[in-house]
Design a protein around this ligand. Structure first.
Ligand code: ATP
Ligand code: MG
Ligand code: MG
Ligand code: MG
Length: 560
């Protein structure tokens, strides 16, 4: 491309509205232009890099069997009412009516749409598993759009959805996407860590966020240098809230009392309670932990506000905190009495009445127990883990860093398939709900995160695979025939070689052109100046300070 014909709106001044490096540099390098708060136009350089990121994502998701489709952004309210999210989405969802007063929204995410597609197309287990994805524009009326492409009202997302017949299938699909994400972010030259986004610190988690360590990140992430544990601070349990194996050893001695009455329960608590910080955990038989669950035992319906729960089969694992629940139903709290459930209830529960409580053992439960009246101290203090605290996994000191969430993968289970009736017919002719997973990557946010990790005071330092162009040929003086002719020749030869190359044929001073190429972050620069009379040009890599004088012939070898 000849730069004299391009729109290259680079800026020398730092725009006042931009606070973070990626936002400043994207504006200064002319990659994006603001249309309104949180709404941007992509300019040629910006769009080229966006497309390269999209292609990497597309390739890696397709490698794991993902099939690309494209859905509308304009979505009818009916689907969202079926899943009961029309009201839940609140003011983050852009809503609008058509001329007949039918309600629509601009899709903030597409679980409903994909579930709807699949329920009408998939009938049999033979058609599963399946993974469908799209790269599409999303709309969210963010409370605080900011930091350029990091948090916008309109942004491009890759969203994938997996459909499986059972839990094992879902796990496999989830692990595939996990691997695809690792590949994608590696190819994007991002230093990125998957972190537990559930309370599932100890494995078996149903959700992971891909976090790029960065000072400008809006999330806080716990990292442990010793064992590699990483979790969103929001989700990481403090040591006080989990048990380590050593503690468990002492507790194996504890006898489980008969718990049949409130009195028994009191006795049980008195003999088996152990305090960890402000959290009390009750042991039943050394292998399992008491359960305190609010809800209707008969209906098997359990609703909890701010609680964490998890598996407690200590023979298999120390303690699996598997889910944090905020005002939502607790999916794992099946029939009371089976092993694997523990719930630490948050202090914020105002009304502590009518719990089912007792040991995690069949028959060791009491319905309608009331906090205060029947027992005390069961309330856990689910506080945030702090810098310098012990790692919940290995006990070493943890570190808290800021991170940017570039991707998020999630096991949905049957949440949408059940509410929307996406079923398949099993081998034995039975109708069953499809198991789903969903997987998102913010394309623009990924681009911003790459710039955060690859820049210096002069501009962006694009990794070769992501740069809008790979090389630029700069004739020092376009008025000098020998400069221009040689530059044209090199430019044409590189184009023939398949290099994505620019010719900076603008009638500008060389200094201005150098500044622009550094700012835009073109990885390789070939300068044609006075040495061309000896067949020599100057070769410079963006990520290295030195320039090299090389012959025109050698430069082709270097670039190849
Ligand atoms: P955040 O916690 O930052 O608000 P989210 O958890 O709401 O993000 P998801 O619903 O998990 O986001 O969406 C998947 C991905 O889409 C995110 O990991 C992120 O990369 C991207 N994303 C989400 N919201 C925005 C936004 N407003 N602007 C740009 N990218 C976004
Ligand atoms: Mg959000
Ligand atoms: Mg998030
Ligand atoms: Mg998320």
């Amino acid at each position: 491309m000849r730069m004299s014909r391009m729109i290259i709106p680079t800026l020398r001044e730092v725009p006042a509205e931009a606070e973070i490096p990626s936002h400043k540099l994207m504006l200064r390098a002319g990659m994006i232009r603001k249309l309104s708060s949180g709404i941007y136009n992509y300019m040629p350089f910006g769009l080229r890099t966006i497309k390269k990121i999209e292609d990497i994502v597309r390739e890696e998701i397709s490698n794991f069997g993902g099939q690309e489709i494209l859905c509308s952004a304009l979505l009818p309210s009916e689907l969202w009412k079926e899943s009961e999210r029309w009201d839940k989405m609140g003011s983050e969802m852009f809503r609008l009516n058509d001329r007949n007063e039918r309600e629509f929204c601009l899709g903030p995410t597409h679980e409903e749409v994909f579930t709807d597609l699949v329920r009408s197309e998939i009938k049999s287990y033979k058609q599963l598993p399946m993974n469908l994805f799209q790269i599409q524009t999303k709309y969210r009326d963010e409370r605080r759009p900011r930091f350029g492409l990091m948090r916008c009202k309109e942004f491009i997302m890759k969203d994938a959805y997996s459909f499986d017949v059972d839990e094992d299938g879902l796990n496999e699909s989830y692990n595939d996407m996990y691997q695809a994400y690792q590949n994608i972010f590696e190819r994007c030259s991002l230093d990125c860590s998957p972190v537990e986004a559930d309370s599932g610190a100890m494995g078996g988690s149903g959700s992971a966020e891909f976090m790029v360590k960065s000072e400008v990140g809006e999330d806080e992430v716990v990292f442990c240098k010793s064992c590699g544990y990483a979790a969103n601070v929001e989700k990481a349990p403090t040591v006080a809230e989990i048990l380590d194996k050593e503690e468990m050893k002492d507790l194996e001695e504890i006898e489980t009392p008969e718990v049949k009455t409130i009195g028994d329960l009191e006795k049980f608590f008195n003999t088996s309670a152990k305090k960890f910080g402000k959290t009390l955990i009750y042991y039943a038989d050394g292998k399992s932990v008491a359960v305190v669950i609010r809800g209707d035992r008969e209906a098997n319906e359990v609703k909890i506000k701010n609680a964490i729960g998890g598996a407690v089969d200590f023979e298999l694992a120390p303690l699996h905190i598997i889910k944090e629940v905020t005002g939502a139903e607790v999916g794992f709290a099946g029939p009371i009495g089976i092993k694997t459930d523990v719930v630490l209830v948050d202090l914020e529960i105002v009304e502590l009445s009518n719990f089912i409580t007792g040991a995690n053992k069949t028959g060791y439960h009491i319905a309608n127990a009331n906090y205060g009246r029947d027992f005390e101290g069961v309330v856990g203090d689910f506080r945030k883990i702090e810098n310098g605290e012990q790692c919940p996994k290995c006990g070493e000191e943890i570190e808290i860093a800021r991170g940017v969430e570039v991707g998020h993968i999630f096991k949905l289970g049957t949440k949408y398939s059940e509410s929307m009736g996406a079923n398949y017919i099993d081998k034995d002719g039975k109708e069953k709900p499809i198991l789903m997973g969903c997987y998102g990557i913010g394309i623009g946010r990924t681009m911003a995160a790459i710039i955060e990790q690859h820049h210096d005071e002069d501009g962006i330092k694009w990794p070769l695979a992501l740069a809008p162009y790979e090389a630029v040929v700069v004739p020092v003086n376009v008025k000098k025939e020998e400069h221009m002719n040689a530059a044209e020749e090199i430019y044409n030869k590189l184009k023939e070689m398949g290099v994505e190359v620019l010719l900076d044929d603008r009638n500008e001073r060389a200094g201005v052109k150098f500044k622009d190429s550094e700012l835009i972050g073109i990885p390789m620069r070939i300068t044609v100046g006075k040495n061309i009379t000896d067949g020599m040009i100057e070769f410079k890599l963006r990520n290295q300070p030195e320039k090299e004088l090389v012959s025109v012939e050698d430069v082709y070898d270097k670039i190849r």
